[in-house]
Design a protein around this ligand. Structure first.
Ligand SMILES: *Cc1c(COP(=O)(O)O)cnc(C)c1O
Length: 342
């Protein structure tokens, strides 16, 4: 990539497979995965599950599908999912909890997306004919809307303890769970002990073109296969895509630290600009900031476009930058220069 090419900071979903990843895809051994005959899909599912110390995995086309399948399998109509009010499963999955599962939601206000154990416990419904039954607690880590914020392990453990005591399953929307693990040094196997199910995106910071895996117990994943099928998510020679996911697990996890370093640097540049009112603390690869009233978001984004930089607005005066595999240090310098030139 040349230093004057487009810098796309809209999302970490925009990454293209690297030549080495494409080579791994070309070399994949494949079969019909609906017949459970694709060795590469199986290898990906098992390896992802092993990393978290969980038993089994289910490869799906998207993180929306892995989340919605998990919710469907954990809940039933007349029950309720506890989640944060800006969580992806509620805000950005097209109302899928109602559509697929006929379940209600208990929406809690988080601290940059993170819930406390006390909040979760207070939201669990008592037995009463007027109420839905609480059937699932879902956390998101890192939290997208919270600006890539990470949970403390102790808070997750406290929530898991409450979930176990009330016999309510605990799901993790871990679209960016590897960002959280790399940034905090937390242990993936600890997550496997605390969560019943985990959804992991391969197509975000990990840089695969397509795909997410849902992880859980063998019995749970067996149950989810039919739900994936009814959603139209049964794929055939999906091993070509799974090979990209495996390559990403092997080669693109530790390097997330580079994205985090670059995000911190951009955050510092932004904090020094007069037209920036506030930068949310930068913990991982997301940088969310608020412009002063005197700087309309459209004008700011148009200025960046003029420098070959794309970003997205994230609410009134709010902008999100996402650092990822296709943004290198030369691009970072161009970005910092463009921000300083406004
Ligand atoms: C991107 C994302 C998902 C899933 O998105 P897909 O585009 O459907 O793969 C789920 N949760 C969070 C927090 C996300 O950022």
């Amino acid at each position: 990539m040349t230093s004057d090419s487009l810098i796309d900071l809209r999302s970490d979903t925009v990454t293209r497979p690297t030549p080495a990843m494409l080579e791994a895809m070309l070399q994949a051994r494949v079969g019909d995965d609906v017949y459970e005959e694709d060795p590469t899909v199986r290898a990906l599912e098992q390896e992802a599950a092993d990393r978290f110390g969980l038993e089994a995995g289910l490869f799906c086309p998207s993180g929306t599908m892995t989340n919605q399948i998990a919710i469907k399998a954990h809940t039933e109509p007349l029950s309720e999912v506890i989640c944060e009010q800006t969580s992806h499963i509620y805000l950005w999955e097209v109302g899928g909890i109602a559509f697929h599962s006929g379940a209600s939601v208990a929406l809690l206000p988080g601290n940059r997306g993170r819930l406390t154990a006390a909040q979760v416990e207070a939201a669990i419904r008592p037995v009463n004919v007027h109420y839905p039954t609480t059937s699932l607690i879902s956390l998101e880590n890192t939290h997208n809307r919270g600006g890539g914020s990470c949970y403390e392990l102790a808070e997750i453990a406290a929530i898991a303890e409450i979930a176990q005591r009330h016999q309510i399953p605990l799901h993790l929307d871990g679209a960016r769970v590897f960002n959280a693990l790399v940034a905090t040094g937390q242990d993936a196997r600890e997550y496997g002990r605390l969560f019943d199910t985990i959804s992991v995106c391969l197509s975000k910071g990990l840089g695969a073109p397509v795909g997410s895996v849902l992880l859980g117990s063998r019995a749970f994943i067996q149950k989810t296969k039919r739900i994936r099928k009814v959603m139209g998510g049964g794929m055939r020679q999906a091993g070509y895509l799974a090979a990209a996911g495996l390559y990403a697990l092997h080669h693109h996890v530790e390097r997330l630290a580079d994205d985090h370093r670059r995000a911190r640097q951009v955050g510092q540049t932004l904090a020094a600009q007069r037209y920036v009112a506030e930068v949310l603390p930068v913990e991982t690869n997301l940088v969310i900031f608020r412009l002063q009233e005197t700087m309309p978001a459209e004008q700011f984004l148009a200025h960046l476009e003029g420098h070959g930089i794309k970003a997205s607005s994230f609410g009134p005066q709010m902008i999100r930058f996402v650092l990822h595999l296709d943004v290198d240090d030369a691009m970072l310098e161009r970005l910092n220069a463009a921000l300083a030139a406004l």
